[in-house]
Ligand binder design. Structure first.
Ligand SMILES: Nc1ncnc2c1ncn2[C@@H]1O[C@H](COP(=O)(O)OP(=O)(O)OP(=O)(O)O)[C@@H](O)[C@H]1O
Length: 224
């Protein structure tokens, strides 16, 4: 399997405290890798460092063969559409006053791919992909359920046709009744689109459902 993401000897410190301790792992193209472990073990910090939202102290993050850690933000910008995050709190991830359609189209505009008019069909396609109707596009986030909002956040993450989604606790903020729907959606998307997932959760059951391979983290390290 071709390597999409290769993390090697990643170290992240907050002040003097090392919370990610020489973490190494890979995600293959089209592979879904779960990262599980107790609260506070460093999962989210690892995700942030992979996404280069937080710069690691040392170690390597190679994405599609490109070393990300030394790049400046303007050098990362053209690569960012290819690795997209999905976070835990879908309401927090969306802007409260903008209609869903506009928010899903935003990455298309930011990355200079399409105008608002051009993006209409693509947004309908993305809504359908995540199990929503075109009419949902006209709503504001507070007019949707938590599960529907998370679908919108996933649609937005998929807008630029990424190779990798980094999903940090994507179902943890949802009612148990909505969780299964999002997990099934993630599985369907993985099958349909063949993209790589790094799926972070403290819920082993959820991760087992979706992942081809599971990594366990404890005290900043990946368990052998
Ligand atoms: N910005 C920060 N400054 C200082 N310490 C932090 C910061 N963010 C996280 N930490 C600490 O680093 C450790 C790892 O946090 P992290 O959020 O990566 O863990 P996690 O495994 O994702 O846990 P959770 O599932 O609870 O989010 C924790 O002890 C946390 O308190």
């Amino acid at each position: 399997m071709k390597r999409l993401l290769e993390v090697r000897d990643l170290v992240v410190r907050y002040g003097a405290r090392q919370v990610v301790d020489r973490v190494s792992f890979t995600v293959g193209a089209g592979e879904a890798v779960g990262l599980v472990g107790p609260s506070g073990c460093g999962k989210s910090t690892t995700a942030q460092a992979v996404l280069q939202l937080l710069r690691p102290c040392s170690g390597s993050v190679r994405f599609a063969g490109v070393e990300l850690t030394g790049l400046r933000e303007h050098e990362l910008r053209p690569l960012r559409p290819r690795f997209q995050p999905v976070f835990q709190d879908p309401y927090g991830a969306l802007s409260p006053r903008r209609r869903v359609r506009r928010q899903i189209a935003e990455p298309l505009r930011v990355h200079g791919r399409r105008s608002a008019v051009d993006s209409r069909g693509r947004v309908d396609e993305l809504l359908e992909l995540v199990g929503l109707a075109p009419a949902h596009g006209e709503r504001l986030p507070h007019e949707l359920s938590g599960g529907q909002c998370q679908r919108v956040a996933i649609a937005r993450a998929l807008a630029t046709r990424p190779d990798l989604l980094v999903l940090d606790e994507p179902t943890s903020a949802l009612d148990p009744s909505l969780r299964a729907g999002i997990l099934n959606l993630l599985m369907d998307l993985q099958d349909a689109l063949g993209i790589g997932f790094l799926l972070i959760s403290h819920d082993h059951e959820a991760v087992r459902h979706v992942s081809h391979r599971i990594l366990t983290m404890r005290d900043g390290r990946i368990m052998p």
